[in-house]
Design a protein around this ligand. Structure first.
Ligand code: FPP
Length: 252
């Protein structure tokens, strides 16, 4: 990435995080694990293991610098289409990470939440998900949303069904349906929309991630880095790049 400078005269004063307004909510599409492994002649599962280490490092870093919400895309509703061997290795990885996460994020006081249809996972994994949410619910720090079996279209359909049932039983009138009501029936209810989504590995796609919530999100696609190689310094660079953007939310 290019260096960022403080003023038009191109003075050599480099901008740091202390100079900018931080995004409140950052999303990460943790892409490129497979390519990272391929480049090293390793199985794809090795790429996911390396990606999981990066996940832990980056989440802790975001908390440290004062980000309030982080959402990571760990497994999409479409990822079941991958070869059985890869899906199994991902499930094993989730299990071992979620076992550790209960205590691992304790020192940072991180609240761990899951978004997505987690009923599709094994009972063992569902128990771990529940345990993580319960154990961390009263913490006061950053909120970490782990998107697992998450698909934004699926999430919107789910919200529509909840609202349709309320219309059917007469609790609400169709004219009362609002953007706010839809937001409040998504998995992310009560949370701010992401200000910034970062996608390494050069794919220019949203991939069914937080579609409703990212109506005005700033996207940063990084061409040259694969998720396992993503660093804390890159988080800083993305935030500084984000801070330079002129967010108008449809206004002027
Ligand atoms: C996409 O890269 C990555 C995934 C589908 C899995 C992401 C999961 C992790 C990083 C593990 C995180 C662990 C927890 C507990 C949240 P890809 O496989 O599509 O890469 P490619 O495009 O290079 O093939």
């Amino acid at each position: 990435m290019l260096p960022f400078f403080k003023n038009k005269e191109n003075s050599k004063t480099e901008i740091t995080l202390a100079d900018v307004k931080l995004p409140e909510h950052i999303g990460f599409i943790m892409d490129g694990n497979g390519r990272w492994a391929k480049k090293r002649n390793l199985p794809r599962s090795a790429g996911h293991s390396a990606g999981a280490k990066t996940f832990r490092k980056i989440v802790k870093y975001c908390d440290r610098i004062g980000i309030k919400y982080v959402t990571v895309y760990a497994f999409s509703t479409e990822n079941w289409k991958r070869p059985e061997e890869e899906v199994n290795s991902l499930m094993k990885l989730f299990k071992s990470y979620l076992e550790e996460a209960i205590s691992d994020f304790k020192d940072e006081d991180i609240v761990v939440r899951f978004i997505g249809d987690t009923t599709a996972f094994s009972k063992e994994l569902q128990d771990l998900i529940e345990e993580n949410e319960k154990e961390s619910a009263d913490r006061k720090g950053m909120v970490l949303n782990i998107a697992m079996n998450y698909g934004s279209r699926d999430e919107i359909v789910r919200a529509m069904k909840i609202i349709a049932r309320q219309v059917k039983d007469g609790t609400i009138n169709p004219d009362e349906i609002s953007e706010e009501m839809i937001s409040q029936n998504l998995y992310t209810a009560g949370q701010p929309d992401p200000d910034l989504v970062i996608r390494p590995s050069g794919e220019y796609r949203i991939s069914n991630f937080l579609l409703w919530q990212s109506a005005y999100t700033e996207y940063i696609i990084m061409d040259e880095v694969l998720w396992p190689d993503f660093t804390e310094k890159m988080v800083d660079e993305c935030i500084i790049e984000y801070a330079k953007r002129n967010r108008r939310f449809g206004g002027v």
